[in-house]
Design a protein around this ligand. Structure first.
Ligand code: IPE
Ligand code: IPE
Ligand code: MG
Length: 256
């Protein structure tokens, strides 16, 4: 790390209140392609450098005490990219999981997924299953990869589950409430989303966690994902901690 960068990272850390950490952070990791293009490199090199940011952010989050980190890794819509890029991303996924299981173990991180992983290429699916089983008892942080995930897909599959339960008589229509829906989503076992970060200067949600972000705080940065480092992550948390989350109430009501 450069010295100037180290200094600003060091000055940011004391600004973070460990008692008020977002429990669940989600990141739309965007800008790998543009980062590579800027350097006249192939898009895949951008994805490869993006993996470095994943490692940095996961380690930093776990060390800080964040309990859940969800990373939007491959969307349902990403299948529409050129097939060569899709193939390369899948191969990178397999290689990365194989290589990084040791990092997860070292940092006591549990790997989980949301999304339709059964429809991923077999080797990616198998690699994920193995890594999830290996890390199942780790308890410093849950690292949740959103893979072949989209929020609308999740809402459709949740709706089908609920409809089946009504059909077979295990629940009544009048008993369906917000909890029924939350629990039927792939994110059902995760706590409420506190902070959503999107990199690369785009201001959109791209079919991510539509239900879950009802009261999530948004943080947008221009930084391309391969350049998103510890300092950028600390900055997002410092910004989050300055906000007042009112959940519909007035400011006076929530002041202690
Ligand atoms: C994010 O970077 C990675 C994935 C969506 C898999 P992009 O590949 O979307 O990068 P840009 O948006 O083209 O710069
Ligand atoms: C969103 O990024 C999906 C992931 C980060 C995996 P995209 O780059 O695919 O989003 P759009 O298509 O520009 O909205
Ligand atoms: Mg993009």
């Amino acid at each position: 790390m450069l010295r100037a960068q180290q200094m600003s990272t060091d000055s940011l850390l004391p600004q973070i209140d460990r008692e008020k950490l977002p429990k669940h952070i989600a990141i739309i990791m965007d800008g790998n392609g543009r980062w590579a293009k800027k350097r006249a490199l192939p898009r895949l090199v951008g994805h490869e450098y993006g993996v470095k940011s994943v490692r940095t952010v996961a380690e930093t989050a776990a060390r800080l005490g964040v309990k859940y980190l969800t990373l939007y890794t491959f969307s349902t819509e990403n299948w529409n990219r050129p097939q060569l890029e899709v193939k390369a991303i899948m191969a990178l996924l397999v290689r990365t999981i194989r290589k990084e299981v040791a990092t997860l173990q070292k940092n006591n991180i549990r790997l989980r997924t949301i999304g339709n992983i059964e429809a991923l290429p077999k080797d990616a699916y198998n690699e994920l299953q193995e890594a999830m089983a290996l890390t199942a008892n780790n308890d410093s942080m849950d690292l949740v990869l959103a893979l072949n995930y989209s929020a609308r897909w999740d809402i459709v599959q949740a709706t089908k589950q609920i409809a089946e339960s009504v059909q077979n008589g295990s629940i009544k229509v009048e008993d369906i409430n917000e909890k029924t829906i939350s629990e039927s989503l792939n994110t059902g076992a995760l706590p409420e989303l506190d902070l959503l970060i999107r990199t690369s200067g785009e201001f959109r949600i791209s079919n991510f966690m539509l239900w879950e972000m009802a009261y999530g705080e948004f943080y947008f940065t221009d930084i391309y994902w391969p350049e998103f480092d510890q300092e950028a992550f600390y900055r997002a948390i410092v910004d989050y901690q300055k906000r007042e989350r009112r959940f519909g109430k007035t400011s006076d009501q929530i002041k202690p």
